[in-house]
Structures are given as structure tokens and as C-alpha cells.
Design a protein around this ligand. Structure first.
Ligand SMILES: Nc1ncnc2c1ncn2[C@@H]1O[C@H](COP(=O)(O)OP(=O)(O)OP(=O)(O)O)[C@@H](O)[C@H]1O
Ligand SMILES: [Mg+2]
Length: 444
């Protein structure tokens, strides 16, 4: 759902000018593009000119009501999210709004945060619902079979696009489970020429140093005890295709030197042989460590780093792409529901909040496992935070401003934990691992 503004577009309809303006300002600060109208007739005019993603409409308005506007929108635009604003105690109007096709309603008076949460939730749910697994390869939410729409992922896509047009070495950086291998495979299988040749992943620390050369470059019969016949190495097996050197940072220094020579000369010698063989292999390397730090500690060769770092792709951790979390969760829910022959589950509001707040140290893999586990273990057709691990239910936001002393931070953390555990001191003590006396002192 792209717009000329590159933002989601919201239309607010309320006959009260001040309400409209306050809502507009808050939503614009939150990054939305906002139009406003003070009557249903004005709103219909705007719909004829603008592509709208979400409508927020008041219920009671002079001449035509919000309900009539909902009917109009549902008759003409199926894809627009609708949130109805209803007065306190008017649950009946909320029900009729939902029956006419509103997605959600908020009761007045509401806080800025309540409205913003509802807007975000509805926009993301509608987008996630639109994902059709059959269209995974051309949907706007995914490229190369990789899901994600956050700005950082758009940068990853554009780098993959560059990488599959040439043979340059690619260095992929990212925490565990961020999708490094997925990106490497995407580059290989989107390459015009190489994609029909093998993609061979090698887990560098998995190969004993003593066998490294023979595994990578091959050996000839009799080269060492046990070499009973000639054997091709990975480089030859990947001929014309791609070698994926995973966890390259774990390679011992002496092997780094050997690898560097091969990358420079583009030729290998099998163990036990003196003859050079030309190779035509694309190299993609990946690491979850910062190679520049390792260079400083003399654990990684700078010259090898320069050789590898031609096209650099940094995959952001999941916690830094909040907008992708729900999209990915829905994607995995759909995938595993199909696999298990179940209905696609719905995510409860609490589940969505917990998923967005969590720190995701294991990144996408951890999210995938969580959803898979929930689908296997649950009999219900919804996913709720009650079935998430405790650590997720009690996560607090880590983006604290850097203006607190350690002592103040520690007090604040204690208060946050007590608040998050709903005032359950026993639970808070268990998490904080302090005694009751210290807890009471901190709370004071
Ligand atoms: N953007 C994404 N869209 C869909 N699936 C993803 C995405 N990112 C990761 N995954 C899935 O998450 C899992 C982990 O991805 P992958 O193995 O590529 O990560 P990695 O960075 O290589 O992990 P590690 O550092 O542990 O080796 C895989 O099942 C992969 O398909
Ligand atoms: Mg990996």
C-alpha cells in the first residue's frame, strides 16, 4: 500500500473542528499523512480525489451520520480501515458500526495513545491480512521471498538487487537469526547466470582446521593418510555457482591467509598437488560479529576484510524494525496453520503489544519458533500473550533516554517491573532477584 506521500494516509471526519485538529496534529507527529473533513459530504469529496488507508469517523454528525459514511466506504472501497468514534455509553452505535463494516471503535473520551494504538493496530492488521502466500514473490511486503517493509529492509532489498546483477563479493552482517542465509540465497537464486548452478553453504567453524584446505580446495589420492582417492573440494563443487562462507569471523588466522590468496588469485591448488586450477565461484560471506572490532584485536586480517567487504549488507535486528514484527508473525502464522491443517489464527491485542515490545535476542528465528510452537500447542484459533514465555509478558521498553544515573535507573526499573507484573510483588522479586526489604526501599 504505497501512497504518493510514502506514508499511510488517514482521513478524520468529525463536525467538531477542534477534535479534528487535535487528532490530526497527533497523527501527523506519529508519521501519518492526515486529511480532515467536517461532514460526510466533504469526506465523500476527499475520497474521490485521494487514496485513503484509514478512516476515523465520528458517529453523530448533522445531516448524514458516520454510519452512512461507513456504508458508502464499504460499498466503494473494500481495503480502507475504518475506526468509529462513539460517545460514552453508546455501545449500540458501536455494534451497528461494526455490522456496517467498521474495523474498530473507540469510546470518547480517549487518550492520544489509545487512538494511536488503535490506528497502528488496524493499519497493520489489514496489511498483514492482505498477504497471500501465493503472491509472496511479488507482493509489496516481500522481495525475494524475504518479508519486511521497514525502511531498513528496503535498503537490504536494494543492495540484494545490486548484488544479483554482478559477481562482486558480498559481506552480510547481522545478529543471529536475522536472515543472513536467506539473503545469501536470495542473491544467488536471483542471479541471471549463476542461479542454475549450486549454492553451497559452509559453516566455517564446523570444519576442523586440519581438514580445511582439503575440504575447500580438494585433495589428490595419497596426499595424506586417509586420502584414498582424488576428491573435489567445495570450491570445485560450487563451480559457476556460489559459496556461502557462514560465520567467517571464526576462521583461524592462518586459514584466513589461505582464503585471501584464493580470493586474490581466483585459483586453487588441491592438497598434494602443485598445479593451480582456475575457479569461477561467487563468494558471499556472513558474520554476526563486528569484523572491524576483531581486526583491532588482531583476530581478523584487515586485508581479507577489504577483499570481502565489496558489497556490504547489514541486516537490522528485529527489534529495530517494529513494523515488520507483526507482518512476520502473521506470515509465520499463515505458513504453519497451512502446514498443520488449521485455521489461520487471529492475534489478540495483548499478543500484538507483547510481540512489539519484546527485545527479540534470537530475532526472526525466535519469532518463527514462537508462532510455530503456539500453533502446535494451542487448541484455540487465536494467539494470545498468555501462551508466550514469561520474559515476553514482562518486557519493558529499552529505549530509555540517556539522562538517568545508575541509581535512578535502577529505581525506575524496579517500578517498571512492579507495574508490568500488575503489582504482583512475589513475581517482581523473582524477576529482580532481590529481597523484599530492598524492593520496598527502592519503591519508597
Ligand atoms: N525477513 C524474513 N522473512 C521471512 N523469513 C525470515 C526472514 N528473516 C529470517 N527468516 C527466517 O528466519 C529463520 C532464520 O533465518 P536465517 O537462517 O537466514 O538467519 P541467520 O542470520 O543465517 O541465522 P544464524 O546467525 O543463526 O545463522 C529462517 O527460517 C528464515 O527463513
Ligand atoms: Mg545462518
Amino acid at each position: 500500500m504505497t501512497t504518493p506521500y510514502g506514508k499511510d494516509v488517514i482521513l478524520i471526519v468529525d463536525d467538531n473542528v477542534i477534535t479534528c485538529e487535535v487528532i490530526q496534529r497527533n497523527l501527523e507527529i506519529a508519521g501519518f499523512h492526515v486529511f480532515k473533513a467536517h461532514s460526510v459530504a466533504d469526506a465523500v469529496q476527499i475520497f474521490s480525489r485521494q487514496k485513503i488507508d484509514l478512516l476515523i469517523t465520528d458517529y453523530k454528525m448533522p445531516k448524514h451520520s458516520g454510519l452512512e459514511l461507513i456504508k458508502y466506504v464499504r460499498d466503494h472501497f473494500q481495503d480502507i480501515c475504518i475506526i468509529m468514534l462513539t460517545g460514552y455509553g453508546s455501545i449500540n452505535s458501536a455494534i451497528s458500526a461494526m455490522k456496517e463494516g467498521a474495523d474498530d471503535y473507540i469510546t470518547k473520551p480517549f487518550t492520544d495513545k489509545e487512538l494511536l494504538d488503535a490506528v497502528k493496530k488496524n493499519i497493520w492488521q489489514r496489511k498483514a491480512k492482505k498477504i497471500d502466500p501465493k503472491s509472496l514473490y511479488n507482493d509489496a511486503w516481500t522481495r525475494f521471498g524475504i518479508m519486511g517493509h521497514s525502511p531498513k529492509m528496503l535498503d537490504v532489498y536494494s543492495r540484494i538487487e545490486k548484488a544479483c546483477k554482478n559477481d562482486a563479493i558480498v559481506l552480510i552482517n547481522g545478529e543471529n537469526g536475522t536472515g543472513k542465509e536467506l539473503v545469501a540465497r536470495a542473491i544467488h537464486y536471483s542471479h541471471k547466470v549463476r542461479s542454475i548452478y549450486p549454492f553451497i553453504p559452509i559453516n566455517c567453524p564446523g570444519i576442523p582446521a586440519s581438514l580445511f584446505e582439503s575440504e575447500l580446495f580438494g585433495h589428490v589420492k595419497g596426499a595424506f593418510t586417509g586420502a584414498i582417492q582424488n576428491r573435489k573440494g567445495f570450491f570445485q563443487a560450487a563451480e559457476k555457482g556460489c559459496l556461502f562462507l557462514d560465520e567467517i569471523s571464526e576462521l583461524p588466522l592462518e586459514l584466513q591467509a589461505k582464503l585471501l590468496r584464493v580470493l586474490q588469485e581466483k585459483e586453487i591448488t588441491r592438497v598434494g598437488e602443485t598445479q593451480f586450477k582456475k575457479i569461477d565461484v561467487r563468494i558471499i560471506a556472513a558474520t554476526n560479529k563486528n569484523l572491524e572490532d576483531l581486526i583491532e584485536k588482531k583476530l581478523f586480517r584487515q586485508d581479507l576484510f577489504f577483499r570481502l567487504n565489496v558489497i556490504n549488507i547489514d541486516i537490522p535486528p528485529l527489534r529495530d524494525r517494529e513494523n515488520d514484527i507483526i507482518l512476520l508473525a502473521q506470515h509465520f502464522a499463515l505458513k504453519y496453520a497451512k502446514e498443520l491443517g488449521k485455521e489461520e489464527p487471529v492475534f489478540t491485542d495483548k499478543a500484538i503489544v507483547a510481540l512489539k515490545k519484546y527485545y527479540w535476542p534470537g530475532n526472526v528465528r525466535e519469532l518463527e519458533n514462537l508462532i510455530h510452537r503456539n500453533l502446535i500447542m494451542n487448541e484455540t484459533d487465536y494467539i494470545d500473550s498468555v501462551n508466550f514465555p514469561d520474559i515476553m509478558k514482562y518486557t519493558i521498553s529499552c529505549g530509555q533516554p540517556l539522562n538517568l544515573s545508575l541509581e535512578d535507573m535502577s529505581k525506575k526499573y524496579v517500578r517498571d517491573v512492579v507495574e508490568q507484573t500488575g503489582g504482583n510483588k512475589a513475581k517482581a522479586l523473582e524477576i529482580l532477584k532481590i529481597d523484599r526489604k530492598t524492593l520496598l526501599k527502592k519503591l519508597k
